[in-house]
Design a protein around this ligand. Structure first.
Ligand code: AMO
Length: 426
């Protein structure tokens, strides 16, 4: 099946061709008619008789045959002089829930999420997902080049991995199972199973009870795990290069989308690394009282200070307090700290990562101390008995990365079909 996409129409100038799409906008003047045709790749103006424009209905899927004429007046560089237009189905025109062809959508975010098949037709709304596609592609390409293997691990699991109560339960043939909060245990196991370096692009589930602009109950986690590392600095180096590989790709493949979304891709700069102790001291010096870790507002403030000093919209918050990290976290040199970090981007956490404990007994004892039953984690602990190399990794929340990159107000705008406290449909 050969289809000519609007993006490729310039090559067809001077020829009569057939294109398909939806009627995006209609304009009828006394002596001429126009409509904009929209497909997955763009918009093109079609010039027609006024009666034809009169007879069309917005959002109708149509087949158009016409002559492609090069013109500087249109963004697409071409317009179509219509020979024939055929409607391919009926539109409940009077019921269209909101309009998508103006500068703004005349509906709030919740309404747009309710009728996703309609709101996603708007190019600017869909642009976010094209950006996410390119982020994921760059993530894959970059890691495969470094001999990482892509894995797909189960999301219905027997035991929670990240601790806490934020886990969904599932009835698994009468037995209680859980939805994976993270592929954490499996990605570590696969390092030990001989893959050495693995990554996964998959869903993660968090039964978090708060409704905020930055929390979802189901999100896409970009997970990385690698064996035979020195310490967590290797991971921070890796993530820094990975993010710039992603941004380079976006600059190459998504100019139209970035422009439409008015997004600025960060310049190549190394990310400042600041320990939790230093971070707290910096904030306290400004009269800000901190707890064991920083809250969202404090992470944001520190981001502003560091960006002003270094120009980098990113910073690594290192030597995270061990007590605030899951049981698998490798203890740091300084008592009470760990070899783990967060990455903050434009004031919001987008990554957690770190080195993991790789000695069986240490992990076993840690589980006992954390009141986890090591017996129910035997499948995980086994890998450590049979020779686990020093290893570590990190996870990037895809929607958080896109949200911060595109400076969206709400993480749901970066989610195709969000799941949150109040939303289980569509
Ligand atoms: P953590 O729990 O910090 O770490 O999650 C890693 C990253 O996932 C994203 N994220 C979320 N995004 C949207 N909504 C949520 N409710 C949500 N929760 C988390 C964030 C966060 O930084 N196993 C470790 C990772 C590791 O050490 O490899 C983990 O899951 O961007």
């Amino acid at each position: 099946m050969k289809k000519i996409f609007i993006e490729d129409l310039q090559k067809m100038a001077g020829r009569v061709t057939e294109i398909t799409g939806w009627v995006h906008k209609i304009q009828r003047l006394k002596t001429a008619g126009f409509f904009q045709l929209r497909d997955a790749t763009g918009l093109v103006q079609v010039v027609c008789e006024p009666e034809v424009a009169e007879s069309l209905r917005l959002e109708t899927p149509v087949r158009v045959i016409g002559e492609v004429i090069g013109t500087e007046r249109q963004d697409a560089g071409v317009e179509i002089h219509l020979h024939e237009v055929v409607a391919l189905s009926e539109v409940a025109y009077d019921l269209l829930p909101f309009s998508i062809n103006g500068r703004k959508v005349d509906a709030g975010l919740e309404k747009q999420l309710d009728v996703r098949t309609m709101s996603l037709r708007r190019p600017r709304t869909r642009d976010v997902f094209r950006i996410e596609q390119e982020i994921v592609t760059a993530f894959r390409d970059f890691l495969i080049e470094l001999r990482f293997s892509e894995i797909h691990t189960p999301k219905i699991i027997d035991a929670a991995t990240e601790g806490g109560s934020e886990v969904f339960t599932v009835d698994y043939f009468g037995k209680r199972a859980f939805l994976a909060q993270s592929p954490q245990f499996y990605k570590q196991m696969m390092v030990g199973a001989g893959f050495e370096r693995v990554f996964e692009v998959g869903h993660a589930y968090r039964a978090e009870l708060h409704a905020t602009q930055r929390h979802l109950n189901e999100y896409v986690s970009l997970d990385v795990e690698m064996g035979f590392l020195q310490d967590e600095k290797d991971l921070m180096d890796l993530e820094e290069s990975l993010l710039f590989a992603i941004f380079d790709r976006l600059e190459k493949t998504c100019q139209t989308q970035l422009k439409r979304l008015e997004a600025v891709v960060p310049k190549r700069l190394s990310f400042p690394r600041i320990t939790m102790t230093e971070a707290k001291a910096r904030l306290e010096a400004e009269g800000i009282r901190t707890g064991v870790t920083l809250n969202g507002a404090q992470e944001k403030r520190l981001g502003e200070i560091l960006e002003e000093e270094t120009g980098s919209p990113f910073y690594f918050l290192t030597e995270y307090p061990l007590a605030k990290r899951p049981v698998y976290t490798y203890p740091g040199e300084v008592d009470g700290t760990s070899r783990s970090f967060d990455l903050i981007f434009r004031g919001m956490e987008i990554t957690t990562g770190g080195q993991r404990i790789h000695e069986y007994q240490e992990l076993f004892d840690g589980m006992v101390a954390a009141k986890m039953d090591p017996e129910s984690f035997e499948f995980y602990l086994d890998g450590f008995r049979y020779g686990m190399p020093p290893h570590g990794g990190f996870a990037i929340g895809l929607e958080r990365l896109a949200m911060q990159l595109l400076q969206l107000d709400n993480i749901r705008e970066a989610t195709l079909l969000p799941r949150d406290l109040h939303r289980l449909t569509p």
